[in-house]
Structures are given as C-alpha cells and as structure tokens.
Design a protein around this ligand. Structure first.
Ligand code: PEP
Length: 253
C-alpha cells in the first residue's frame, strides 16, 4: 500500500511577519516549480503567522498547520487556541504532543488524546508526536515508551485519513544527533504493530509515520527510503527554503 510522503516543517517559536512571509513565499514558489509533486507538503508556523503564511502560500500545494490546540472550541482558556480557530484560519493540520509541549507544559498522553479528539471533530488532521528521552533509550526502553505513548495519545477516532504519527527521539531534536537508519526502521515497524492492535490492520498499514530529529538534506534520503518511514517532521532545517526543499528533493518528492 503506497503511502504519500509528508514533508512537514515545524517552525516552532520562530519568525516575525517579514521573515515568516518570505519563508512561506519561497517554499510556495519552489513547490510550484516542482510541478507534479509526489509528496505532500505542510508548514506549521507560530499562531501569530498563520494568516500571513496562508496568504503567502496561495496557489501552492502546501498545507497549513498549527503547532498545538486546546481540546475545547471556545471558552475561558487564556492564551490558548482552539481547533476551530485553526480551521477558521485555513489550517488543515495540527501538531500535537510535541516533546517540547510534553516537557515545557507537562502535557500527558491523556491530554494529547483529548486534544486529538477535538481536532478530529473540528476536521483537522493530527500529527501526533512520540519519542523517547536519552535516559529511556540508554535503559533499553525505546519501544516500550513509544508503544505507551501511542496507546495513550492516539484516540479511537484516529484513522489513516486523519492522523499521522511522528517518531521523534527527544535526544535527536535540534542536537544534530540521529539514530541509525536501522534503529529508526525498528521503531517505526514496532509503532505500526501497536497501531494495528489499537486501530486495526487497515488503518495501521495506511497510516503515515514520520521521522523527526535533526533531519537535514544530507541524511534525508537515508531515513526517507526506509520501508516504514513516510516522511519527515523537520524543525531547524524547515526555516531555510533551500534546506527544506533539498530534503524534499533528496527524498524523491
Ligand atoms: C522538531 O522539533 O520537530 C524537530 C524535529 O526539530 P529538528 O529538526 O530541529 O531536530
């Protein structure tokens, strides 16, 4: 079953109006220049840039996503953004459970799951992040940790059409360190097995599982050619048009 690769950029808390708009325009024109693309493209700017980036992407096959959302659609939640607010701004995706949210905001699997249900109800596709810390890896717990995160964070409403999983070893994010290709394939294959237990084989075989953690143009082909790797979630390298597009091109998009 062919799964269309997803090349997703997580801009995190980076970009003001001028540089965010320029980055989006650069990506839009490069994607247009590719013509018929084999992959799906997604950019997830900070909330403050969603409207400007939506405008800058006009006419290009690049989806827009938020980096988080609340599990309610409105109400007394100062500083939060709801799933409906994201769709209202033209988002079709939202990243949930990124390790930085789990660490900085104490987000649990249960909370991520609740957010995912709300996002699906609002019509958003979710990119649900999982991944082990270095201590967990050193203790040989990688697959256990990722399995628990899948079981706890992925809701029953998840299907291959509305959910993408991103495996991001915490110790590889923004560090320049990466697991070996063999390690990545082993985790992705294990994750797909757990997804099959939870959501059935049909959904599991069609669901995209991205790798994230220091993906750059020079290592993209190695990771994205693995049988169970269906794209990349890219942080630092998604902030430069050339790097983001080189990752896509080197991955056969
Ligand atoms: C990320 O934050 O999702 C990420 C993978 O970051 P980086 O590519 O910078 O490691």
């Amino acid at each position: 079953m062919a799964r269309k690769k997803l090349i997703a950029g997580n801009w995190k808390m980076n970009g003001l109006t001028a540089d965010g708009t320029a980055l989006a325009k650069g990506i839009a024109s490069e994607v247009k220049a590719l013509g018929k693309v084999q992959c799906e493209f997604l950019v997830c700017p900070p909330f403050t840039l969603l409207a400007a980036v939506k405008k800058a992407l006009r006419g290009a096959k690049v989806a827009l996503g938020g980096q988080d959302c609340h599990f309610e659609n409105k109400g007394a939640h100062t500083g939060d953004i709801s799933p409906l607010m994201l769709t209202d701004l033209g988002c079709s995706y939202v990243i949930l459970g990124h390790s930085e949210r789990r660490a900085d905001h104490g987000e649990s699997n249960e909370l991520v799951c609740k957010k995912a249900v709300a996002a699906h109800q609002a019509g958003l596709k979710t990119v649900i992040c999982i991944g082990e810390t270095l201590a967990q890896r050193d203790a040989g717990q990688t697959i256990d940790v990722c399995s628990r995160q899948i079981l706890g964070s992925v809701p029953e409403s998840a299907t291959s059409a509305n959910t993408v999983i991103a495996y991001e070893p915490v110790w590889a994010i923004g560090t320049g360190k990466t697991p070996t290709a063999q390690d990545v394939e082993e985790v992705h294959a294990a994750v797909r097995k757990v997804l099959a237990q939870k959501l059935g084989r049909g959904n599991a075989s069609k669901m995209r599982i991205l790798y994230g953690g220091s993906v750059k143009p020079s290592n993209a082909a190695e990771f994205l050619s693995l049988p169970d790797v269906d794209g990349a979630l890219i942080g630092g390298a998604s902030l430069k048009v050339e790097d983001f597009m080189a990752i896509a091109k080197n991955s056969g998009c």
